[in-house]
Design a protein around this ligand. Structure first.
Ligand code: NAP
Length: 437
């Protein structure tokens, strides 16, 4: 019997478990750890609350989770409650599927000012991550600046722009919905240091922005390259740039005077945040593209910024004793192998890129490596060994059936038009696990 510990219960974690089941059938025992009492990581806390169809992938993970040889081991902080060397002593293979939960830092003067957030915090706030539920962004100002031209910038812009009706069917947490419904923000500037041909946004997500009831997004036609140049782009980005071209054309008359302005500001690099305690403006430098890179032109200007959300990518959280590639912001690894017996998958392996499905081949790849390194199962204690350690330390481990009770309680307390109202406090989650069967 092989014993595998997977750290992190997001997409990469569950795809790895699925791959291990396919590879070894009943001859493997898999424990999936999570620091929170609830599973699914990015799906619960990263995917936008109004993208419920994407969240439907958890039904697939649940099939994996319900197999006898797979366990969810929630509410256990690896690196704190139990160390990596301890897990290596108990399991043949330890797979880090911890994602990339930390923001890449914007690193400009003034980034410590109040009402300046990274996307990890801001997205965590509207998605009810216990660490960020109390973020309480101040939405009383006029202008929000969203930095970055990726899909997270689009998520944040859309969430700031939507009306109450447009949140129907979403699982945005109550505290965020209440706050957004009293928001005074009338202008959102989406800031990109490079140009329209260098966006990371995907067509479906960008197109969605063109169908909101409160805004008709605007692009300055002068920022767009010659139409003929679009032919050189690969099809996905060409389609996305097509949406930008639509946003550059005058809106239809019935969409010309909508109450919220969403403006794309290209060739614009943030250089500093200005304010007295709280942010009030951003200093921006015009850029031009040289060899694909944004280079400052020396032309500076200021834009109003009452709220700033920087959506410029993520990094993995280091774990003491595990080799870390600081520059890339992920574990140091060779195709997923950190060293024989210790592996990483998903964003913890390759950085924050790709779709949720990209993590599936990753999971299968790491299982191949484990099979190469351990052609036969070892004589490790596996889950029984962990249970003894957990009992000795008095850990309050949350199982998958406990999670199902939390899920049921969240569904029971949902608004009429929402699938669930998430608990945002770990103690409330734990309390829900003791509800009667
Ligand atoms: P991303 O796609 O890598 O985009 C990051 C953006 O930040 C880029 O436009 C980048 O510009 C910019 N940036 C980086 N450093 C900067 C700096 N110092 N100053 C100004 N701008 C800077 O990252 P993401 O939006 O966080 O998304 C992460 C992954 O999740 C992506 O694969 C994304 O597609 C995926 N995702 C998908 C969905 C969906 O499918 N619905 C939703 C959310 C996220 P440069 O290009 O110039 O570096």
């Amino acid at each position: 019997m092989r014993h595998i510990a997977i750290i992190g219960s997001g997409p990469a974690g569950y795809y790895t478990a699925e791959a291990a089941q396919k590879q070894w059938g009943d001859d493997v025992s898999i424990d999936i750890f999570d620091m929170l009492p609830v599973p699914y990581g990015l799906i619960r806390f990263g995917v936008a609350p109004d993208h419920q169809s994407i969240k439907g992938v958890t039904r697939r993970y649940e099939q994996t989770a319900l197999a006898d040889n797979v366990r969810f081991v929630g509410n256990v902080k690896v690196g704190q409650d139990v160390s990596i060397p301890e897990l290596q002593g108990l399991y043949d293979a330890v797979v880090l599927a911890t994602g990339a939960p930390r923001d890449r830092e914007i690193g400009v003067p003034g980034d410590h000012l109040r009402n300046v957030f990274g996307s990890a915090g801001f997205v965590g706030w509207y998605n009810g991550h216990p660490e960020f539920a109390a973020l309480d962004p101040d939405l009383s100002g006029h202008t929000a600046v969203v930095i970055g031209m990726g899909n997270v910038a689009l998520d944040v812009t859309r969430i700031l722009a939507k009306t109450r009706d447009e949140f129907a069917g979403s699982d945005i947490v109550g505290h965020a919905l209440d706050s957004l419904m009293t928001s005074n923000i009338r202008r959102i500037v989406v800031l990109g240091r490079r140009g329209p041909h260098q966006i990371m946004m995907t067509p479906k997500e960008l197109g969605e922005l063109g169908h909101l009831s409160r805004t008709a997004p605007r692009v300055d036609p002068d920022d767009l390259p010659e139409l003929a140049d679009d032919a050189l782009l690969e099809p996905g980005i060409r389609k996305a740039v097509g949406h930008l071209r639509t946003f550059a054309a005058p809106p239809e008359s019935d969409r010309a005077d909508l109450p919220l302005q969403v403006e794309f500001d290209f060739f614009a690099a943030p250089r500093g945040l200005i304010g007295d305690g709280k942010v009030r403006a951003m200093s921006v430098e015009r850029t031009r593209i040289e060899d694909g890179r944004a280079v400052g032109t020396g032309d500076f200007y200021e834009i109003r910024a009452d709220l700033v959300v920087s959506c410029i990518g993520y990094q993995t959280s280091p774990i003491a004793g595990v080799p870390f590639d600081e520059r890339a912001g992920r574990f140091a690894n060779d195709e997923g192998r950190i060293l024989p017996g210790l592996y990483c998958v998903g964003w913890a392996r390759r950085g924050p890129s790709g779709t949720i499905g990209t993590n599936r081949p990753d999971g299968f790849g790491v299982v191949e490596l484990i099979a190469q390194d351990f052609p036969a199962g070892g004589a490790k204690a596996g889950r029984e060994g962990f249970d003894a350690l957990a009992a000795e330390r008095g850990l309050d481990v949350v199982s998958f059936s406990d999670w199902k009770k939390i899920e049921e309680a969240e569904q029971a307390r949902a608004r009429d038009d929402a699938p669930r109202e998430k608990f945002v406090d770990v103690d409330d989650m734990i309390r829900a696990t003791s509800l009667a069967d």
